[in-house]
Design a protein around this ligand. Sequence first.
Ligand code: AMP
Ligand code: GLY
Length: 435
Amino acid sequence: MKILVIGGGGREHALVWKLAQSVKVEKIWCAPGNGGIAAGAECVAVDPGDVAAIAELTQKLQPDVTVVGPELPLVNGIADVFGARNWPIVAPSRRAAQLEGSKIFSKEFLERHGLPTAKRLGTYEVASEAYAALDNVSWPLIIKADGLCAGKGVLVAKNQAEAHDFIERALEKNELGPGGKRLLFEEALEGEELSFILLTDGHRYAPMVPTRDHKRAYDGNQGPNTGGMGAYSTDALLPPELRETILRMIVEPTLHGLEADGIRYQGFLYFGLMLTKSGPQVLEFNCRLGDPEAQAIVARMDFDLAEVLADVAAGQLDPAKLKWRPGASVCLVLASGGYPGKFEAGKLLEGLAAAERVPHVKVLHAGTARRPAGTGVSLVTSGGRVLGVTATGPSLDAALASAYQAAAEIHFAGMHYRKDIGAGAAAPAAKVTKA
Ligand code: AMP
Ligand code: GLY
């Protein structure tokens, strides 16, 4: 098989790493890839959001299947373009991707199909109306920009001043871009979050192992939201009763709802859940694998990913093929100084070889680039999230110990990472299984 992977972050490195282990795979391209992906795939400098350019590339390369990592190509309709040409792809359609691309579309979907979700308090395009609504809400208030905002579109507003400032930036100063032209207000939910991701071919589905992401920048869930500072996976995140509830109350109604709305869905579907005292609720949908959740998930895969993805693209997913390693996995994100705000790139990476010598560890690259150095090449930072130190183990503690041991070997100027990934994992959801 020849496979084209679209994207260039840690999630795509995880996919390429796993695909390269398949005896069926003879060639992998990645557009655009990164400094680490270049070791396992041929990187092609094409912008993943530019669907026409990707179609041109695909015409030239003729891959047996294309797999899409990030949301932008999905929202831009890559699956529709491929579908029209009968090219095999693992990606939901443009319309399906509105579940992620528009928080209002997604809230309407949730409401229409009776799925458990935070109560909608209003939808606003006019700043004065949004300000006026603040007099009649309780705090904290959740404010969501409707469209894609690179992870900066949701505010958990503690008070009127914070809410006012966000509304002003979105609706008056246009600082969030086109994604911030409409705002959704909803009630705040309390609980632990869970990332529940499945793969579907539009007929059948197969859940991935459960994961939890750590979205805040600093230890103890302090600081701004990021794309994700680390993730872990253990089956203890999803006791059987909770799993049953999620499948019955959330997953199956969602898949039936898609069908009822005439939306064909082929690819990964991510349910961002809040495990509240009164049961799991949907915070968001993503139309893709999470990053860094994908790294933790891939580390536990015990099946031929290339074969399964080809099956999905052909509409022939066999859920029984998906087997998982017991135990736990962890992905620890090493970020640039300043991330998620401004950061400098071009910092030399050191210690990667020593880190990878730690047993059960794989260092997956996100924001790295290769730079000529003397007679060889060196690796430098090129993004906010730089590396995902990924480890497996028989227990979460064992996986964490390996990941932190490996991270201690790595250095680049300004590097920071959370020291509390996996904290609070003990008995996370056992109390919260009621529908
Ligand atoms: P979203 O992009 O919708 O997942 O929002 C990003 C993050 O904001 C989530 O992972 C939660 O931590 C938080 N969040 C979103 N909606 C709510 C809500 N209704 N109640 C509490 N926290 C929320
Ligand atoms: N880690 C959360 C996301 O990928 O959206």
